[in-house]
Design a protein around this ligand. Sequence first.
Ligand SMILES: C[S@@+](CC[C@H](N)C(=O)[O-])C[C@H]1O[C@@H](n2cnc3c(N)ncnc32)[C@H](O)[C@@H]1O
Length: 225
Amino acid sequence: MEEFRGRIYSDNATEKHRGSWREHFLDSASNTSTQKSSERRALHVEIGCNGGHVSLEWADRNPKDAFIGLDWKFKQIHRGAEKANKRKLDNLIFFRSHAERLPFMFGDGEIDFLYLFFPDPWPKKAQWKNRFLTADRLLAIAPLLRPGGVFHIKTDHAGYFEWMENAVSELQKENGRLWKVTDLNRDLHQDHPNPTTLQIPDVTLFERLFIKDGIKIHQMKLTRL
Ligand SMILES: C[S@@+](CC[C@H](N)C(=O)[O-])C[C@H]1O[C@@H](n2cnc3c(N)ncnc32)[C@H](O)[C@@H]1O
């Protein structure tokens, strides 16, 4: 659709500009100060962005950075893209695709910040095979981040969080140190006087619901070595 040309990339199109996404933002052709500057523009990628609530706010507040929201649900991506169009956010694009394809979408060191907020926890043992974060995935994703780049993860699910910690340890044992755990918190908002007042983008849409239900938020930050 013409309205979303250059705003939404779907399926194979998300793998078309592997390694050069910074040049394919809507504002790339214009003479913004960011483009004139020789400084490398930070690229943020949010996996499972849903309707793009967090990326929309971040893009609005950080016009010099570039943002990609990725989700496999077309309806949510479409909603996010509509809002980005309305707000004329030329530094935010959306990928409608499967996060498992990430290594085919991005080149080596292309990403500065990667986010995985509240991935489906697949709580039953028979479903664990569907969990996104595994040692193999951490291995496959590592080259996509520049050294010093950060993979920021949040979950409400204590079991999945423990699984993630094990995935990191397993990877370190077998492949040396690709990531450094730079933040590990099992109750992220414990020091906040009233976390129910937190707003997007300081919390995500799902996070707000979990906080309302009194569920502890777990956070991990992995820095690429
Ligand atoms: C529980 S929701 C969290 C949404 C948002 N991150 C938040 O915190 O409000 C999980 C999101 O991940 C998306 N998702 C799940 N598995 C995915 C996959 N393999 N590839 C892309 N998106 C996925 C879902 O469509 C959904 O929007």
